[in-house]
Design a protein around this ligand. Sequence first.
Ligand code: TXA
Ligand code: MG
Length: 357
Amino acid sequence: MHTRLLVIQEVDSGESGKALREAGECLRKGGLVAFPTETVYGLGGDALNPASSKKIYAAKGRPSDNPLIVHIYRWEDIYRVSSSVPAQAKAIADAFWPGPLTMILPKSEEVPYETTGGLDTVAVRMPSHPVAARLIEYAGGFVAAPSANASGRPSPTSARYVMEDMEGRIDMVIDGGEVGIGLESTIIDLTVTPPQILRPGYVTQEMLSEVLGRVDLDVTALRADSGQAPKAPGMKYRHYAPKGELTIVSGPMDQVAEYINAKTDAHKAAGEKTGVIGTNEALAEYHADVVKSVGSRQDELEIGKRLYRILREFDDENVDCIYSEAFDTGGYGQAIMNRLLKAAGHHVVSLGDKGEL
Ligand code: TXA
Ligand code: MG
């Protein structure tokens, strides 16, 4: 299959408008189109068409028990996909939609089990990216879209990475530039009391609690030893196993740098290529072959935005073993550490008594 790459500058300009209409038409006919959202690129298909959802699983190489998020572009459409929309849903939609927040609700009959991975609940999100919003409208209003990576790779933050994983497997890729956030949306389950965050993201536990009162976090989000299975089926898979072995080192920064240097020196002596994921503040300390900064500790948004790109870069550079600094787990740090822990298969070394984990 030839994958067309369409570059969109301004949603409402003549050329781009035409391209988006074409992409919408492609989705209506059962095709697959990758598109930018404010979080990561999505791999879209018609959410109400079981054949489209099956094609999404095939293109990604994703297990079909891992449900897809249904993307809508206006509030009232939530009643088409959910049979029971609680007042809490309206309250958080008013506060955070359109935006990087996904709600789990009871599904309606219109949503096929192929889309929900056999579940009676449905994940719904209204993205704020103008390209995504317009594409969903042109597609008929309901677009199922997992992240547009091949299963097991980090979610793509630019069209280049979508093409890397999906070229030849889908009909079109819409290039709308680099995404703003870089980590997938927050997922909150509204079918339980109190509501529970299944995947932390840009909309934090604190932000949701301000609207909903008590909100819990799935214990598996930051711990591997809880003995429980994650509630979001997708979170049980190791999202991304870099080719190199990734270890997170937490503790006082001077000890962290010392530990990482001792390890990378030893690996180097054994002929291995070493890497470090560090922050601007400590970058000059490291001896590894490839040292990359995820940004400043003062700017968590930047860290979230760079994380997946850096993980892909370590693969491109064939690094054998990678050490990463750890991050605070409050606020947005919850999302950053959740993704980093998954990439590391929860392999963490804690130093000193000020270990952050
Ligand atoms: O930011 C995002 O959410 C991106 C963009 C493209 O919108 N999408 C995304 O989709 O991250 P995906 O498929 O990569 O991740 C969806 C997650 C999976 O972990 C899946 O198991 C969970 O949502 N999920 C979907 N439906 C669910 C349901 N009914 N109950 C529990 N978890 C669900
Ligand atoms: Mg994904």
